[in-house]
Design a protein around this ligand. Sequence first.
Ligand SMILES: [Zn+2]
Length: 757
Amino acid sequence: MRRNYAVVFLLALLLSCTAFPAGDEPLAGYSAAASRGERDWEGKLRAIPQAANLREYMHRMSARPHHVGSPYDKDNAEWILGQFKSFGLDARIESFDVLFPTPKTRILEMIEPSRYAAALEEPALAVDPTSGQKSEQLPTYNAYSGDGDVTAPLVFVNYGLPGDYEELERLGVSARGAIVIAKYGESWRGIKPKVAAEHGAVGCLIYSDPRDDGYFVEAVFPEGPMRNSYGVQRGSVMDFASSNPGDPLTPGVGATTDAKRLPLNEAPSITKIPVLPISYGDARPLLAAMKGPMAPARWRGALDITYHVGPGPAKVRLKVESNWDIKRLYNVVAKIPGSVAPSEWIVRGNHHDAWVNGADDPVSAQAALLEEARALGELLKQGWKPRRTIIYCAWDGEEPMLLGSTEWAEMHANELARHAAVYVNTDANSRGLIEMEGSHSLEAFINDVARDIQDPETGLSVWKRRQLSDIVRASSANDRSILRTRRDLRIRPLGSGSDYTAFLDHLGIASLNLSYGGEDPAGIYHSIYDDFYWYTHFSDIDFVYGRALAQTIGVTVMRLADAEVLPFDFTNLADTVKMYNRELQELLRDRQEESRERNQELDEGAFRAVSDPRRPAVDPVREEVPPFINFAPLQNSVDTLAQSAERYQKSIAKAQDKLSEPGSAALIQAVNEKLIQLERRLTSPEGLPRRPWYKHLLYAPGVYTGYSPKTVPGVREGIELKRYSEAEKEIVRVAQALADAAAAIDAVSQLLGKIGN
Ligand SMILES: [Zn+2]
């Protein structure tokens, strides 16, 4: 929702006299002396990033299409390598060989009741100089679609989620044997063909309805920022959430030249049916030719047609074939060795590959990464010595499904498990509010960083502006009260959809994902129009939020790298897990009440009674009422964790003054070694049910949502997917992990108690 920004501005003006930057209390994990030194260096760092540089980097990197396997993808990697070196950093390229399908045949034609051949083509626009680079652009397609040639009637399935098919059944319509047409949005795109295939569909079209990112929102490109009638969203449909992201042929290991590869037909993450993304220009004639029941009101989009669900009479032929080639990836990795604790690593990454020119996704944030690297290089020349090792990564192959970061993380899994303290990610950036997502052990830390960054538009701290905006948009008095009184803003849990996935979900490395945004609507995602012209006309046109991002992440990396004790905090983690526990119990209760009510209405004959004979509805299916589940183990562990977190806070507060005392070095090293391992305690080597690659027990992408996170996924999806005994077993597993984490926190507290004594 984008509303009430005027109110935010007004508040901002009223409050802009607030002192900035905030307080001189010692930073978390720093003694008073070290904290003063750090604040000095951070002040210098914040002054370095320049908007003009960000603009120049974007101009360079988005000048030509640069998808995996293209000449300019490699060219960019080599250029980034040169930039890192010119900043004085030790850098190299690490390559992998991955399966990356590109389009060979794409045919979509309506054969009944009238003929229409889909254009499947985004037109070049005279005002937009890179939109005409046809010979280098990837055609519109969904990577990792299954090959196929199918002819069938169309069924409209709304966003193509499981609940949509339940509604279709009530309308008496089945997708079996049909080609479904789904809208983009509401879930990650790969969920749509997955669910379609599970319901017996033989093919899947995904189109961008103008209600979601077209003229319904704002004027279309090039007059405005939104998707025009032939703009198409490319994208991967690899079924990564139920198997794993990364190269489909080398799950779990680095895709080196000599890695053992699965045969193509055994790769678990390739979509079962052919799927193709289309524009609303191409979707309109197909949807207009459909009949059958009216689509439910919530399903209808903003096309000037009457939305029916079918099946048919529109009948289409869909043919999709890919070149199933192995392509080379180029990750660019730069290292700044730590001066005191070189075996403790802070890893920072953003991808450099795009679907086409990718000025917004990913270059807007990749440019910030480069400017941070330049700033850190400057500080090194001025005498700054980071305590820990810092690793800067420009990933390749993110768009096909996190290929570069996943292969690198799998390749270096053992070292990362030992050494990596935190992974910090970005992906794209625009104008507006700070977005903070990540591990809740870093919630307090990242809130502190946000208090020290100035918002370019209001002069407030980006933290203050976020808080005020959240207050304005809060839906209840209770939420507003929490926003005003809780020390930290809640950060969102990580699902997937960017390069933190392997670090957090597979290796259990505490992670953050940060960006600015929310002010400018955009309808160019994964199209040829996501380019320099669009970005410099409709997004962060003067790159002030690019500079804010470079400052934010620069400070984040530096503060993590320099802290005497890694600035993890477990009170917010305990508070968050407590909230999840409550949510899960509510989820079960709601499910029980819903199915009890539905069964009662079935007994009463209510659905028959309200069914309109001219528009008949089928009764919903009777369901078993979910059983009660024992949450006690989780409840107990949540309490234990909260107590350990509190003890930890007291121990670190007591030790803070003594951190710089000579003689505490060995203890501090032992403390940090244990802290690095803490997020790993929240993982299980066996992984989640049916998807062992995903090892984190608190965060995972949803099997039926994709990018959106499922917290405590084993338990939550157990309840959602009606696997109640599995949910109960998962409760025990999560409870055990939390108890282990609590014990590990206590061990750190004990060590901290010895410092200076
Ligand atoms: Zn991206």
